[in-house]
Design a protein. Structure first.
Length: 468
C-alpha cells in the first residue's frame, strides 16, 4: 500500500544526531555566540580591528557537515561523493552552495515549525549562513587543532535473527524497479513475538533506494506467497504496496539510505504472530550503471513482551480504495485536493487498534508519522484536531517528491484521545507541466483516481500508535 522512497532517499533517511545551533548554549551553560570555543559558532573571531575572520572548515563547518550530511555522504552510502574529511570536502565545496541555497540538501521534507522530530537533519538559518559564507570566502581549511570532537557512532545493532532474499535478484534494468519478496517468519519462533528493531543490510547499496517491510499473518500469507510464486523471476512487481489494499500485510518497518536502523519507541514493539510471512518491498534505482544481483539482508530484534504494544495504522478514506467514494483528479487540473478525518472512536481506527488492547475511548500515543502519494502529488498534511484545545500539526510536506519520502519519529509523542481526530489532506497537480515521462515524453494528462499502479494516485497517512 505504501511505497515511501528515498529518504525514503517513511523517510526517515540520512539521519543525523540532534545538534546545537551555532550560538546555542553550551553544555557548561555559556553561550557560544563569540565563536571562540573552536567547536561551533560562526568562527568570526574579531581582533583589534574589529573585522570578522572568515569561518574555517575545522573550526566552524566540519561540525555542521558531520551532523547534517555525512550520514549519506560517506563511503558505502548512497550519495555520489563523500564529505568525511578535508581532502574530500575541499574537492566538492564549490558545488555545495547551490543545494544549500535552494534547501534541496540536506533532504528534509517536513515543513519547518510543524512538530519536532528526532534526527532532524535540516539546517538552521545560522548554520546555512555559516556554510554559504565559508564557501563564498573560498572555503578556507583553518587549523586542524580547532577540530570538533568526532561524531559519536551508533551503538552496534545485535540482531536476534537475520533473513535475506531467498535467492539473488537482478533488477530489470528500468530506471526504477519496485519488487516485493516473500520470506517466512522463522519457524523457531513458535510463539507470538514483538519486533523492537530492524536493520537492513543492502547487498547492492548503490542500487537499493528504500526498503519497506510488511508482515502478513498466517491467515493472509497465502495470498502474497501466490503472487511471488506466480512470477517466474524472484519476487513480484509491486509499485504502490505489497499487492493488497486492505492492510492484511501490515507495515513493520522501513529503511532508507543514511538510516542506521528502525527502532521502535522505547517500551513499544509491533506484534508478529508465529507462522507469519514477511513481504519485503525494495525499490531499486538503476541510475548508477549496470544492475547487479542483489540479496539484501534484514536483521531483527524481537522480545517476548513489551510494556506498550505498538501498531502502524493507515489514515485513509476506505471509500477511495473500494471505489464507493471518488478521489478523482481531473486531467489538466493544477490543484486538486481530497481529505479525510478519522476520529479516535471511528470504526476504522477501532478495528485497526484492536491489537493494542485498548478501550474505544482510551487515549493512545502517536509516535511516528508518514505521508504517501504518487508522482502527481504536490503537498500533504496530517493534523491532530483537538476536542478541547488548539489543533496540532503532526506532519506537513509542502514540496512533495515521490523519491524523498520518509517515516518521522517525533521527539515527544502526541496524545490521541476521546474527541480528537486525525485529518489527512492531499493536493495534486495533474496539469500538462507536471506529468511523468513515458518513453522519453511527458505523459498526456488523463483523469486519475486511487490505484496501485505507477500512473494512479494515493492519499495515505501512516501513524505509529502505542498504548500509553
Amino acid at each position: 500500500m505504501l511505497a515511501p522512497v528515498a529518504v525514503l532517499a517513511f523517510v526517515s533517511g540520512c539521519t543525523g544526531e540532534p545538534r546545537a545551533e551555532a550560538g546555542a548554549e553550551t553544555e557548561g551553560g555559556e553561550s557560544d555566540e563569540s565563536g571562540e570555543s573552536g567547536e561551533s559558532g560562526t568562527g568570526a573571531d574579531t581582533g583589534e580591528t574589529g573585522v570578522d575572520a572568515a569561518p574555517t572548515y575545522w573550526k566552524d563547518t566540519k561540525l555542521i557537515l558531520d551532523a547534517a550530511c555525512v550520514s549519506c555522504h560517506r563511503a558505502g552510502e548512497v550519495a555520489p561523493f563523500t564529505l568525511e574529511g578535508w581532502d574530500e570536502v575541499q574537492n566538492f565545496a564549490p558545488v555545495l552552495a547551490g543545494a544549500i541555497s535552494d534547501r534541496s540538501m540536506p533532504p528534509w521534507p517536513p515543513r519547518a515549525g510543524c512538530n519536532e522530530f528526532a534526527n532532524d537533519r535540516s539546517l538552521g538559518e545560522e548554520e546555512r549562513e555559516i556554510l554559504l559564507d565559508w564557501i563564498d570566502q573560498g572555503y578556507p581549511e583553518g587549523d586542524p587543532a580547532d577540530a570538533p570532537p568526532e561524531p559519536e557512532l551508533p551503538e552496534d545493532f545485535e540482531p536476534d535473527f537475520s533473513v535475506q532474499l531467498p535467492v539473488p535478484y537482478t533488477p530489470n534494468g528500468e530506471l526504477d524497479d519496485y519488487r516485493c519478496f516473500t520470506i517466512p517468519w522463522p519457524e523457531s519462533l513458535t510463539e507470538d513475538s514483538y519486533v523492537v528493531g530492524q536493520e537492513v543490510i543492502p547487498d547492492q547499496r548503490d542500487a537499493v533506494h528504500h526498503v519497506i517491510t510488511y508482515v502478513a499473518g498466517p491467515g493472509e500469507s497465502a495470498f502474497y506467497q501466490n503472487l511471488d510464486d506466480a512470477d517466474p523471476e524472484p519476487g513480484y512487481t509491486c509499485f504502490g504496496g505489497p499487492g493488497k489494499l486492505d492492510w492484511s500485510a501490515r507495515w513493520l518497518g522501513d529503511w532508507v539510505p543514511g538510516a542506521e536502523r528502525w527502532l521502535a519507541p522505547a517500551g513499544t514493539g509491533v506484534r508478529v504472530e508465529a507462522g507469519s510471512l514477511l513481504v519485503v518491498q525494495i525499490h531499486y534505482n538503476n541510475a548508477g550503471g549496470e544492475p547487479l544481483p542483489d540479496q539484501t539482508r534484514l536483521d531483527f530484534q524481537v522480545v517476548d513482551e513489551v510494556e506498550h504494544v505498538g501498531e502502524f495504522v493507515p489514515i485513509v478514506n476506505y471509500g477511495w480504495i473500494t471505489g464507493s467514494t471518488s478521489m478523482s483528479i481531473p486531467a489538466g487540473a493544477p490543484d486538486t485536493s481530497h481529505s479525510v478525518t478519522l476520529g479516535r472512536t471511528d470504526p476504522l481506527i477501532q478495528f485497526l487498534t484492536v491489537g493494542l488492547g485498548v478501550a474505544p475511548n482510551e487515549t493512545v500515543d502517536v509516535w511516528r508519522a508518514a505521508l504517501h502519494m504518487h508522482t502527481l502529488g504536490t503537498r500533504a498534511e496530517l493534523t491532530l484536531e483537538r476536542a478541547e484545545a488548539e489543533d496540532e500539526c503532526m506532519l506537513g510536506i509542502d514540496d512533495w517528491d515521490f523519491n524523498w519520502q520518509g517515516d518521522y519519529l517525533m521527539r515527544e509523542p502526541q496524545a490521541f484521545g476521546p474527541g480528537d481526530a486525525i485529518r489527512l489532506e492531499c493536493h495534486w497537480d495533474n496539469s500538462a507541466g507536471n506529468q511523468p515521462m513515458v518513453d522519453g515524453q511527458p505523459k498526456v494528462p488523463t483523469d486519475v483516481g486511487w490505484g496501485d499502479g505507477t500512473f494512479d494516485e494515493m492519499c495515505l497517512g501512516i501513524v505509529y500508535l502505542a498504548r500509553r
